[in-house]
Design a protein. Structure first.
Length: 116
């Protein structure tokens, strides 16, 4: 299973970005999907998750600003990020697991930089 994240870039505070993550090699068995982020010098932390049934969960720091969604037919997960803040600057990683399995697959990360 491979995950390919894209959509990162440089944006001014208050702006928006949409991240995408396409999975391949899972033959329709992708279950939970999510996004984590890692700021410079800090640990990787959860941003948002979405189940196969589209139940969502968000970190408190992004609630009301970020929206996670998915297209099961395309095995793709999205992260719409609005009202971006400089503290949102990080490398964003997508992850996924497969039905009946706990192993987590990770994408390569995409850099989001928010300037003040």
């Amino acid at each position: 299973v491979q995950l390919q994240a894209s959509g990162g870039g440089l944006v001014q505070a208050g702006g928006s970005l949409r991240l995408s993550c396409i999975t391949s090699g899972a033959d329709g068995s992708i279950n939970n999907m999510g996004w984590h982020r890692q700021a410079p010098g800090k640990q990787r932390v959860l941003v948002a998750t979405i189940t196969r049934g589209r139940r969502t969960n968000y970190a408190d720091s992004v609630k009301g600003r970020f929206t996670i969604s998915r297209d099961n037919a395309k095995n793709t997960v999205y992260l719409q990020m609005n009202s971006l803040k400089p503290e949102d600057t990080a490398v964003y990683y997508c992850n996924a697991d497969r039905l009946g399995r706990s192993f987590q697959y990770w994408g390569q990360g995409t850099l989001v930089t928010v300037s003040s």
